[in-house]
Design a protein. Structure first.
Length: 215
């Protein structure tokens, strides 16, 4: 039995409205998969940096959830993370740039909290390739969580801690067969304006991931 044209149009409109609503709000991620994957030594052997991505292929919600949990998710009942921070200050936050908007990763709720609507991927780095990566993670420090605030020493500490997060992303992507790469070349003023940063926030690194062209 064929669906009447008016009903078909109505269903299409409702579907589009629901999709738009999802894209414009927070995104609840599926629970991260904490078992399986590639053996560690094999992942280390395959770890590499990529600078080109297939713009037509997105990551699945499950892959995004797994990537962010691997990067800096909660792995113990006391709230400690997969990546260490000095004195457990947990000064790092992950801002996630997707086609649908910019989000803050809430590790406890396993949710992407909308920060800015629209495709902001181009602010994820100064190189042209960043707009092709389906996801860029900005690893940002909030110096308000560190004794002394924004000092040269705290910037060095935050940069070191960001390196742990970045390496976790590398290892997850190697295990998953994804292309990825980190960079320190980001327009920090542009990011701060686009994402309404507080004066105490500072981006240490940008890290993009996706599928390699022709993969």
């Amino acid at each position: 039995m064929k669906t009447p044209l008016k009903l078909t149009a109505l269903l299409a409109a409702l579907c589009a409205f629901a999709t738009a609503g999802l894209a414009a709000g927070d995104i609840k991620l599926p629970a991260p998969q904490k078992t399986g994957g590639m053996p560690l030594m094999e992942a280390l052997a395959k770890r590499s940096t990529a600078r080109s991505f297939d713009p037509a292929r997105d990551l699945t919600p499950q892959q995004i959830s797994n990537l962010l949990w691997a990067a800096n998710g909660i792995n113990r009942d006391d709230g400690k993370r997969t990546a260490p921070t000095a004195s457990n200050k947990q000064e790092l936050e992950l801002y996630v740039l997707l086609k649908t908007g910019a989000y803050l990763y809430d590790a406890k709720a396993n949710t992407l909290v909308l920060v800015a609507e629209g495709d902001k991927r181009e602010i994820g780095g100064t190189q042209a390739f960043v707009k092709n990566a389906p996801i860029t993670v900005l690893i940002a420090a909030d110096f308000a969580r560190m004794n002394g605030g924004d000092t040269p020493g705290n910037r060095q500490t935050a940069s070191t801690d960001a390196g742990f997060v970045s390496q976790n992303i590398y290892l997850y992507c190697a295990s998953e067969g994804l292309a990825n790469g980190v960079r320190g070349s980001v327009d920090r003023a542009k990011i701060a304006a686009a994402l309404s940063f507080k004066p105490t926030q500072w981006v240490a690194l940008g890290h993009s991931a996706g599928h390699a062209p022709g993969q």
